[in-house]
Design a protein. Structure first.
Length: 254
């Protein structure tokens, strides 16, 4: 979608130590409304943010940080610095501890793929419900949703929200693929700070840091095949119409 590519600079925040940080505002819905700016941000880990980054992120007025990471990731990376500026921290790990091994058994060690994303749905669905309950509350906004890289777990949870809001599949897929726009900057940071991982070329790191072109399409098609679609899946795990309506009310223009 050319329009979204052109406004990437508007929605993306190029922090020095945090990557894939962007606003989902401005996307059109199929019924003619628009997503509000400055209400829902998505990102990767924040523990490497600089003081300058923290000053800039404070200007966004974020009230709630929703962390999708496993406990071992948090042990390694910490919760990040947003709690230091008064942001409420909430955890909803959509992949449990040990979940990566379970996914490998389900779909194989495929790396990033739509099939692997569908495997996320084999786990306890309560994190999805808790996450959406927070998104439904205007008092929790602006909010930041994140995992480690801000692309897979964050991409899937954001796809659910965009589906609830009535955004087209084309836009959902394009938003997911915007991750690839920040990959060169992220790889530059890793290479300058730590060097390339052993036995990995820069090209291989670029590929591992980005997302495949077809992964979100495969995920959405799998939801339709297995559950009737994203909304039908969310209903099946107990998300209510009242929650859907509240999310639309807080994130959409009139």
């Amino acid at each position: 979608m050319v329009t979204m590519e052109l406004d990437f600079e508007k929605r993306h925040s190029p922090f020095e130590g945090c990557f894939n940080f962007r606003d989902i505002g401005g996307y059109p819905t199929e019924d003619g409304r628009t997503l509000r700016w400055g209400r829902y941000f998505r990102a990767g880990r924040q523990d490497r943010m600089t003081k300058a980054d923290l000053s800039l992120v404070a200007e966004k007025g974020i009230r709630t940080q929703i962390d999708l990471r496993r406990s071992d990731e948090i042990d390694d990376q910490g919760v990040g610095p947003l709690v230091e500026i008064g942001v409420r921290y909430v955890r909803h790990p959509v992949i449990p501890d040990g979940g990566s091994e379970v996914l490998n058994n389900l779909v194989g060690a495929t790396g990033i793929s739509g099939e692997r994303y569908l495997g996320y749905l084999s786990f306890d669905p309560s994190p999805w419900i808790g996450y959406l309950d927070i998104v439904a509350s205007a008092d929790e906004q602006p909010l930041l949703i994140h995992c480690t890289a801000g692309k897979d777990r964050t991409g899937i949870t954001t796809a659910f929200v965009l589906s609830i809001l009535g955004v087209s599949e084309e836009v959902i897929i394009a938003d997911y693929l915007l991750t690839n726009r920040d990959v060169p900057r992220q790889v530059d940071f890793v290479e300058a700070s730590f060097g390339l991982p052993p036995d990995m070329s820069r090209e291989a790191l670029v590929k591992a840091t980005g997302v495949p072109n077809n992964a979100m399409t495969v995920f959405l098609n799998g939801l339709k095949r297995d559950h009737g679609g994203p909304i039908e899946y969310l209903k099946s795990i107990g998300v209510s119409e009242a929650t859907f309506d509240a999310i639309r009310g807080t994130l959409l223009t009139d």
